[in-house]
Design a protein around this ligand. Sequence first.
Ligand SMILES: Nc1nc2c(ncn2[C@@H]2O[C@H](COP(=O)(O)OP(=O)(O)OP(=O)(O)O)[C@@H](O)[C@H]2O)c(=O)[nH]1
Ligand SMILES: [Mg+2]
Length: 327
Amino acid sequence: MPANLTPQYYKAEERYKAAQQDRERLAALREMLSMMPKHKGTEKLQADLKKRIAQIKMQSGTKKGPHHAALHHVEHSGAAQVVLVGPANSGKSRFVADLTHATPEVAPYPFTTWTPTPGILEFEKIPIQVVDVPPLTPEHVEPWFVDLLRRADALLILLSANSDEVLDHWEMVKSTLARLKIHLGTPPPPDERPIGHRWPKHLVAVNKIDRPDASDRVELLEEIVGREKVMRFSLETKDGLDDLLRELVRLLDVVRVYTKEPHEEIDHGKPFVLLRGSTVEDVARQIHKELADHIKLVRAWGERFHDGQPVSRDLVLEDGDVLEFHE
Ligand SMILES: Nc1nc2c(ncn2[C@@H]2O[C@H](COP(=O)(O)OP(=O)(O)OP(=O)(O)O)[C@@H](O)[C@H]2O)c(=O)[nH]1
Ligand SMILES: [Mg+2]
């Protein structure tokens, strides 16, 4: 059976042959694997590629043992954790590199990223953790990646307006996530959701609108996904970036909570920012991991309280609440 390999496959193969470093070699092999049609005729070739990937990982000491999942665990930080999801080359790494202090590798070829890199971006004084991850591919999603996707507070679906395949990419992301029981459609009522399935908050954003023909492709995508659901932007020119971040904050739905020391004024400088639905205990944990275990009394100030009113640690917070912790 002929393998029917695509021109992209041969391009990646050329890059593989020309590669000087293991990292480039790995990126090219992974791309070749993802480009390969999956049928009987390519089984041997697929196995060969997987073997070569394993060999390089082994030699360069990047092969991970049983603690693989734990190694790639990304602790939540900031007001919310947002995981970037998309095909190769859509700008996920550059998003994190440009908007946070983190320094993931950005490269003009696909399949560069292989491990998660979190960074904190700040928008309107709200710290949001964004996590760069490998490209999503329909073939195989590593267990640590699935875990990260399922635990995220929101997903930012990042597509590229520089690709003719933008519609295919959208379908690929949707169906791959659905196979992981992560759904992007409208959620059914809570009591009708099958156990283990998730309907995460998410935003669809198309990057690289600075590229030629970008607007035609974005319009195509809007027809499929819904005009109001697609944000367009460019990391290169920064067009649309503020709107995207504003929409992300709106989607996350956060509350700002202030703290005060006994007998002192309210500190309006830096609020604690948490997802709506968070409790007094969640603020305590943000201040200090152990504080939550040692609270004896919490007093609250603000519109909905008498000054200094004692509140329970389970109280659900509202924007503008002020808390005073007593250990
Ligand atoms: N013209 C243009 N190029 C961009 C834009 N955003 C990212 N790029 C470029 O696109 C290439 C890929 O960017 P990356 O951030 O490495 O892409 P990625 O999604 O992390 O790719 P993988 O790690 O392979 O999944 C780089 O050369 C970026 O500089 C943009 O808005 N406009
Ligand atoms: Mg990357």
